[in-house]
Design a protein around this ligand. Structure first.
Ligand code: NCD
Ligand code: ZN
Ligand code: ZN
Length: 348
């Protein structure tokens, strides 16, 4: 007999894009109604969040928009980031540093070109127990047969080297999409974790080829890759946890001549999660995957028993779009993941 209600702690989303300006004001208030109680916030704004002051100012803006949500902040890895700034950031409670290889994804023009250049920064992070969050793709390079399909797999040598050189540094491989990535993370030590998104548990290549709202970086891969993501969650592995990588872009930038990368799962995190986990027989892992594993890895106390969400097994249809007014006063729309489709679970 299948259960009809599920009472779980609010989910921890260990990778989300809450943007800035009007878009931030549109998406941040959706966290609580979406069933999220902790948001680990990405720094790829324009300009990027690259120092402690900016991170704290950004955090204050987010807290005002979503009272009761716990925000964990990150800095953008770039030449401005010094070991001194890391010491300062750690004291101020900034949790991590996000590394974007140059040019691979949204707002990564100031991303990094070489990891060894940043070894003094990583050393300071290791000393201060700060986490290194990796966008794990190398830039496409036709001369070396690198494109979106193998950019993550080719990145894995960097992950192994970073872990070898900084075994005590906590490293998270973000938004893993391949069997190869899952197996490498499994093979590494206790200080290496991995986030998995909702959409990569759902999509394969055929779903984004020609479908701009499913286009994101890294792109969804083969069915056997999706199977590996599902398998590791079913296995209850403690170093794999939810990071939605919810990445809203207005409809006109998704549907334009060159689609912006990012899938918008922000509005309904817990209902999507229950629906998707149930579809491959892993509903019993919801609590581990979305409420416990990430906190344990990051060393954050488990959520208080008051922050509970109740999921009800009832049909729930996702809106076709969500409207907002942009910074120029234009009416814009965001298209949520699975727009117009019906989920099997809703939040009470
Ligand atoms: C993200 C974004 O839009 O900020 N896009 C994406 O496709 N995932 C950036 C990122 O996480 O790479
Ligand atoms: Zn990324
Ligand atoms: Zn992201």
């Amino acid at each position: 007999m299948s259960v009809s209600t599920l009472s779980v702690p609010l989910a921890d989303d260990f990778h989300t894009h809450l943007r800035q300006g009007a878009l931030m004001r549109a998406v941040t208030p959706l966290l609580k109604p979406s069933g999220v109680g902790l948001a680990y916030v990405m720094p790829n704004l324009k300009p990027p969040i690259s120092n402690t002051e900016q991170a704290l100012a950004y955090k204050a803006e987010l807290e005002a928009l979503a009272p009761g949500v716990e925000f964990m902040m990150t800095l953008y890895l770039g030449p401005e980031l010094t070991p001194d700034e890391i010491h300062k950031a750690a004291k101020a409670g900034v949790a991590g540093v996000k590394s974007y290889p140059r040019g691979v994804t949204t707002n990564s023009d100031s991303g990094i070109e070489s990891y060894t250049t940043y070894y003094p920064v990583f050393k300071a992070m290791e000393e201060n127990n700060m986490v290194l969050n990796l966008h794990g793709e190398i830039p496409s390079d036709p001369n070396n047969d690198v494109c979106v399909m193998n950019a993550e797999e080719r990145f894995l040598t960097h992950l192994k080297e970073l872990h070898r050189d900084f075994p005590k540094l906590k490293i998270v491989l973000e938004h893993a999409t391949t069997k190869a990535a899952v197996e490498v993370v499994e093979s590494l030590g206790e200080t290496v974790g991995c986030t998995i998104t909702l959409h990569h548990l759902t999509l394969v290549v055929d779903d984004w080829a020609g479908q701009c709202h499913h286009f994101c970086k890294p792109v969804a891969k083969f069915p056997h890759d999706r199977e590996a993501l599902r398998r590791v969650i079913k296995s209850g592995h403690p170093r794999f946890f939810l990071g939605t990588d919810s990445a809203p872009h207005p409809r006109h930038l998704k549907e334009g001549p060159s689609a912006a990368a990012g899938v918008f799962t922000g509005p309904h995190v817990l209902p999507y999660l229950a629906h998707i986990l149930e579809s491959f027989g892993a509903l019993d892992q919801l609590r581990h995957f979305a409420c416990e594993n990430g906190r344990r890895f990051y060393g954050v106390a488990q959520a208080s028993s008051e922050s509970v969400a109740v999921l009800v097994r009832e049909p729930f249809t996702i809106a076709k779009e969500i409207h907002f007014t942009d910074d120029e006063g234009q009416e814009r729309a965001l298209v949520p993941f699975m727009a117009g489709k019906t989920l099997n679970w809703r939040l009470q």
